[in-house]
Design a protein around this ligand. Structure first.
Ligand SMILES: [Zn+2]
Length: 311
């Protein structure tokens, strides 16, 4: 069925291309180049690097699950008007791959953030359609490699503003390095034996790898597969056995998946609290404090540390 929807959208897309001109509100005809970003994390990076010298359109809003997202007709119009398209890749935007390939075929600059990271620094993924875990933004140092690559591609696409992009990018990378240092300091506050983050899906593998904590997700790497009763029981047993104080919901994954774990844990005689909401695959809404990438990093570590050290 997904296939049919994609096919229909491709037909719609062809119609848009034939009608030649269709601009979205973010792509004003102001003489600046148009950048289209898929996820909020990428859109935030491109906003920071562009700093007003280019138009940035972000396709996936707060709370939107990128694994399942099918591009809309207006998204296809935005792609069509883009000078440069930046996407996560590593099979994150699974329903967009055909359209992205088409755009590349039409000679547009298409940048895959994940491709900037050497294979030996990527985590493998056995549960979704790709070869690697796509959640690379949860390692700020690895994500920074993608930002360097996107900056270079933007500079080549718009050489007149190359110096502006360079300065903006360096400033933004320094802010990310500060956030990374903050996370390392904060995580030390959690006793080592319970430095375990339990969430709805396996979005924090790179976080675990980067910061030497354990991360367990109820679902696999992608939200395309549902958790089974056996998965719930297994996770609940781990929580009860290790006296884990808190588990976490994610903004882009339904709450019920983690509530079932809380209930199963209670039946094993261990009360675990839901420690709050983590932003895994999508940024937060405006004023949530997690509506930027750096805000998301800080929110996540603050929420995690507060819940794990609350008693
Ligand atoms: Zn995910």
């Amino acid at each position: 069925m997904k296939f049919n929807i994609t096919t229909l959208l491709l037909a719609a897309f062809t119609a848009i291309v034939l009608s030649a001109c269709n601009t979205t509100p973010d792509q004003a005809d102001n003489g600046k180049i148009n950048i289209v970003a898929t996820t909020g994390q990428i859109g935030d990076a491109m906003q920071n690097i562009a700093g007003g010298a280019a138009n940035v359109t972000t396709l996936l809003g707060p709370g939107i699950d990128p694994h399942l997202y099918v591009p809309t007709e207006s998204n296809l119009g935005a792609f069509s008007n883009a000078d440069i398209i930046v996407y996560n890749g590593l099979h994150l935007e699974a329903q967009m791959l055909r359209v992205l390939e088409q755009m590349e075929g039409r000679g547009k600059v298409v940048v895959e953030m994940g491709a900037a990271i050497p294979a030996e620094q990527l985590l493998s993924d056995t549960s979704s359609g790709g070869s690697y875990d796509p959640h690379v933004w949860n390692s700020p140092p690895r994500w920074s490699m993608g930002i360097v690559q996107a900056t270079q591609a933007l500079q080549q696409t718009d050489p007149d503003n190359a110096e502006i992009y360079q300065q903006n990018s360096e400033r933004y990378l320094a802010e990310i390095a500060d956030a990374d240092a903050y996370i390392r300091t904060e995580l030390e506050k959690i006793p080592a034996e319970i430095r375990v983050m339990i969430t709805a899906h396996d979005a924090f593998g790179y976080y675990a790898d980067e910061y030497d904590i354990q991360v367990l997700g109820l679902q696999g790497i992608s939200t395309e597969s549902e958790a089974s009763t056996a998965d719930v029981q297994e996770l609940a047993a781990f929580i009860a056995d290790n006296k884990i104080p808190a588990i976490f919901v994610e903004s882009s994954v339904p709450v019920r998946t983690i509530e079932s774990v809380k209930e199963a844990s209670r039946q094993l005689g261990h009360e675990v609290i839901i420690g709050g909401e983590l932003y895994s695959d999508a940024l937060g809404v405006a004023d949530s404090g997690a509506d930027t990438y750096i805000g998301m990093l800080r929110h996540n570590v603050d929420t995690f540390v507060a819940a794990m050290t609350s008693n």
